[in-house]
Design a protein around this ligand. Structure first.
Ligand SMILES: Nc1ncnc2c1ncn2[C@@H]1O[C@H](COP(=O)(O)OP(=O)(O)OP(=O)(O)O)[C@@H](O)[C@H]1O
Length: 332
């Protein structure tokens, strides 16, 4: 559905994107993460046609954006719905009139607009609130109006730029749930730009980590978390908090991350390797990511047994890091 091949963008002395390759399957949710200045906005600009890449190809829904003329790019922009952190609704228009706006611009007949707006209000869970003005709506409700407006012209692609960054936790969950529904029920391909790993963990099927304009990691979430060498996996599943009392004098605490699938007792193997050496679990978390169960265990190993424990875990295929009390992880 979305393909980037060797995309580069240079602004004077700045390389904003460098040889970016990316593939997003139709009807899936893809997250784009990366530190400030990594090139996320430039990449979104390349998808919408607002930024012309210096090199490479960008194809969205069978349209080669990078080669399209101005008219074709304008047409494409109508095929991409946009949702932003700050919704930018027209304050003097009701929710319904805000949602209707893109359809009016397109010149759709009034009856059709009314039906579509009602349908969209239902999709985003705002039945009966069409007559409310933005000032009468909560932040989450405004974002729902923003999503409905973005979907009005039935775009096959929805780009969401930090859609939940201004929202509290509960509202964030509700909006993410809505985006998942939009993706599953309407078959819309969703690309989310975010700095929140919890957003990726919650709803993304695949993810790309950009760093200094380059793709540092990309793939399906369950493949990323199964990769023992992935830094992205470690930030997707944060380390468990270890109670102070569990730092025993002279003991080494290893941070072990693993994925297990039904019928594969990976976690049990970690436990038995450590228990055989007199070790114990200091803390742990389990998350379900895609079809994988991801565990992160802090295992506490008695003095003089650390090398044996590390070797046993290595033999079992686990990347192991040492956790210090100050929270710093030391790679071995
Ligand atoms: N129009 C422009 N002219 C010159 N340099 C630009 C322009 N747009 C972006 N850049 C530079 O390109 C690099 C990537 O910027 P970009 O805005 O794409 O990063 P980002 O990951 O979206 O950052 P943030 O999360 O802070 O928004 C940065 O070094 C930025 O200064």
């Amino acid at each position: 559905m979305i393909t980037l091949e060797g995309v580069g963008k240079i602004y004077g002395p700045v390389t904003a994107l460098d040889d970016v390759h990316l593939e997003v399957e139709r009807g899936t949710i893809h997250g784009i993460v990366g530190p400030s200045g990594a090139g996320k906005s430039t990449l979104v600009g390349c998808l919408t046609g607002l930024v012309r890449p210096t090199s490479g190809r960008v194809v969205v829904d069978d349209v080669e954006v990078s080669a399209a003329n101005t008219r074709a790019r304008r047409a494409l922009r109508r095929r991409i719905g946009m949702v932003f952190q700050h919704v930018n609704l027209f304050d003097q228009r009701t929710a319904a009139a805000n949602i209707a706006y893109p359809l009016q611009i397109m010149g759709a007949p009034k009856v059709e607009i009314r039906e579509r707006v009602d349908e969209l209000l239902t999709i985003v869970g705002l039945e009966g609130r069409g007559d409310s003005y933005p000032s009468q709506l909560s932040g989450g409700q405004k974002q729902r109006v923003g999503i409905a407006r973005a979907l009005a012209t039935r775009p096959p692609v929805l780009l969401a730029d930090e859609p939940t960054s201004a929202l509290d936790t509960d509202t964030t969950d509700a909006i993410l749930h809505l985006l998942r529904e939009v993706c599953d029920a309407l078959g819309v391909t969703v690309v989310i730009i975010t700095h929140e790993m919890s957003v990726v963990r919650e709803i993304c099927d695949s993810v790309t980590l950009l760093d200094s304009g380059r793709v540092a990691e990309t793939g399906k979430l369950e493949d990323i978390v199964a990769d023992q060498t992935s830094k992205l996996a470690r930030s997707l599943v944060p380390p468990p908090a270890i109670p102070d009392d569990n730092y025993l004098s002279g003991y080494t605490i290893f941070d072990v991350m693993f994925t297990s699938h039904p019928g594969e007792p990976t976690g049990a193997r970690v436990l038995s390797a450590v228990a055989n050496l007199g070790g114990d679990i200091a803390a742990g978390t389990f998350e379900t990511i895609g079809s994988a169960q991801v565990g992160r265990l802090a295992v506490s190993v008695p003095p003089n047994r650390a090398d044996e424990a590390r070797d046993a875990l290595w033999r079992d295929g686990h990347a192991v890091q040492v956790r210090r009390k100050d929270g710093v992880e030391v790679a071995l």
